[in-house]
Design a protein around this ligand. Structure first.
Ligand code: NAP
Length: 331
């Protein structure tokens, strides 16, 4: 029995390439007191990992060159030296890009295997779902009849934002890359409208999609999309600032021009990091699981087979090749 790991081999200059990663084989680690050995089933690939590949100031320390890439995972307990977990439990936590992980029991959460496929613990009933719930409910504070716009609308976070906005009685408008993703948001997820940000007519398409202006803009991408949004804001609009994936490659800053709209509309823009709001996770996960079970919250997973294909899948996700939650099945 051997472990396989994906290490950060070098820091990217601009776009990530497969050469920035190295795959190694190591011994399976043993847990000490308070720790648990887990065999991963699925690895989650998330945009924040791009930032962790860079040195420099951020909300979390970078992955050092030669270290295992950080990442959430779901898997089965093989051996436990934490009394809260037993062999055979399915758990989720920060398992990293590897087949076997030893982690402190304190950082693990048991997965309800009866409710939904275990992969959903990394998506719609996991970190991205909770991120959507927190940003929309606690920062956006939606009221029935308001217009909610979300970017990266067909992705793991954005797809939940739009559907929860509908559940709360709002008009949900997505922004996504390309007509296929927009059709998916409207026809499968129930968005009222969706705008293709790759179109040359983004600004006028967006204006047409929000005839009553924008009360909540859930920000996932930044850049030109944010600039198109700002002139459409209503007075006292709220902007949960969740991510800005269009600028995760350092040095590619866009330079937003319409920031004065925040002032003239007395808008509130609030950044947040979901791992700092553990107090709402139980409530959010319960509501998300309930909506999934009731068929009110749909999800899609893009599943790549095999740890060795994780780098390629990660690069693809940053380029928008995924639909919904990007996962790697570890087999
Ligand atoms: N604050 C937090 O605690 C927190 C937690 C989780 C996630 N996030 C953030 O939430 C956002 C969405 O994450 P996710 O996991 O749901 O990822 P995702 O949407 O499933 O995947 C990333 C998507 O970003 C879009 N994208 C890539 N480059 C873009 C560009 N230049 N302009 C516009 N869109 C671009 C692509 O969709 P298109 O094909 O539509 O372009 C791609 O599919 C990210 O910014 C992420 O960092 C924040």
């Amino acid at each position: 029995m051997k472990n396989r790991q994906v290490l950060l081999a070098s820091r990217p200059q601009g776009w990530v390439s497969e050469q920035n990663f190295r795959i190694v084989e190591t011994d399976v680690p043993h847990p000490n007191d308070g720790e648990v050995l887990i065999r991963g089933s699925y690895l989650s690939l998330d945009p924040y990992m791009r930032m962790r590949m860079d040195a420099g100031k951020s909300y979390a320390p970078p992955v050092e060159v030669g270290e295992v890439m950080v990442g959430g995972g779901v898997g089965e307990v093989m051996e436990s030296r934490d009394p809260r977990f037993s062999k055979g439990d399915v758990v989720t936590g920060r398992l990293g890009w590897q087949l076997y992980a030893v982690v402190p029991g304190a950082g693990l959460r048991k997965v309800n295997t009866a409710g939904a496929p275990i992969s959903t613990a990394l998506g719609v009933i996991g970190m991205p779902g909770v991120t959507a719930w927190y940003g929309l409910m606690k920062i956006g504070e939606p009221k029935a009849g308001e217009t909610v716009v979300v970017s990266a609308a067909s992705g793991a976070v954005g797809s939940v934002v739009g559907q929860v906005a509908k559940i709360k009685g709002c008009r949900a408008v997505g922004i996504a890359g390309g007509p296929d993703k927009c059709r998916y948001a409207i026809n499968e997820l129930g968005f009222d409208a969706c705008v293709d940000y790759k179109s040359a007519s983004l600004e006028s398409d967006l204006a047409a999609a929000v005839p009553n202006g924008i009360d909540i803009y859930f920000e996932n991408v930044g850049g030109r999309v944010l600039d198109a949004i700002l002139p459409q804001l209503n007075a006292f609009a709220r902007i949960p600032f969740c991510g800005y994936v269009s600028e995760y490659n350092p040095g590619e800053g866009y330079g937003v021009r319409h920031l004065r709209q925040l002032l003239v509309n007395r808008a509130r823009l609030q950044g947040f990091i979901i791992s700092e709001h553990l107090e709402i996770w139980d409530q959010a996960l319960k509501e998300l699981a309930g909506w999934v079970a009731a068929g009110k919250l749909k999800y899609h997973e893009t599943v790549t087979e095999g740890l060795e294909n994780a780098p390629r899948a990660f690069i693809g996700m940053l380029q928008g090749k995924n639909l919904g939650k990007q996962l790697v099945r570890l087999g």
